[in-house]
Design a protein around this ligand. Sequence first.
Ligand code: SF4
Ligand code: SF4
Length: 152
Amino acid sequence: MVLKAIKLGFKYLLKKPYTRMFPVKDPEYITKRTRARHILYMDRCVGCRACQLACPADAIKMYRIEGDFPKNRAKIFPGIDYSRCTYCGLCVEACPVNALAMTNYTMRHLITEDKATTLYTPEMLAKPPEEEHDITLDKRTWTPPPPPPPKK
Ligand code: SF4
Ligand code: SF4
């Protein structure tokens, strides 16, 4: 056990440290399953608050929005504070009408800009992200990743 740990220590001692110099040098790390900024489909939202209740980070607050929303009589919609969001996707899972999805738009500007910009109102979430993006978590299309192979 001790020898194994020492061997492992030496192995990594001889390797160069790997640190991504983002955003100065390296691009962001985006995979097919990157979960980042949400999209809210306001025409589907029924204002049930299930997303808010499911959020473990207390990142979702409900906002009353005036407008013609026949499916949402209370006219309340979720807004997300990205300074709290952990991108876990539980809100998407909890939504009974698939009104929330996640994209691979990483909100990288939030890393360096004023924290006041991290609060996204329902109207902001309803707009597609400013750049090209893919939907990466949508309950209608998402299938869980396969289980890891058994340990030998
Ligand atoms: S992704 Fe997770 S942390 Fe972020 S708003 Fe949804 S439930 Fe909350
Ligand atoms: S987004 Fe979905 S879970 Fe959240 S309030 Fe609207 S319908 Fe309910």
